[in-house]
Design a protein around this ligand. Structure first.
Ligand SMILES: [Zn+2]
Ligand SMILES: [Zn+2]
Length: 101
């Protein structure tokens, strides 16, 4: 087999892995008890309330130069601000003062 064919085959395999991972990252949300999540896919509870950064870690498949699976690596989520829906009590804080008369 020609070297070029090997390269093409490796690329196709890599694309297949990536496509599979992307497809698995967004499962259909369960209709019951939907949890508000950020754009990064993590719930508000995974975000630091002070800095808004996400401290969840993502498990990535690692591959060596030959495209063979070489274990998992954990990388921090790159999210820097929670952009998903927030609980009502956090967004809407009326603080209605009674009339002072
Ligand atoms: Zn995140
Ligand atoms: Zn986030």
């Amino acid at each position: 087999m020609e070297p070029v064919s090997l390269v093409v085959g490796a690329v196709l395999v890599a694309v297949g892995f990536v496509a599979g991972r992307i497809g698995r990252r967004r499962p259909p949300a369960p209709p019951a008890n939907p949890q508000p999540v950020c754009g990064c896919g993590h719930p508000l509870s995974q975000h630091d309330t002070g800095t808004n950064t996400c401290y969840a870690e993502l498990r990535r498949d690692a591959y060596d130069k030959r495209g063979r699976w070489a274990g998992h690596t954990w990388v921090p989520c790159t999210c820097r601000q929670y952009v998903g829906p927030r609980p009502i009590d956090e967004v809407f804080v009326p603080r209605v003062l009674p009339p002072a008369d």
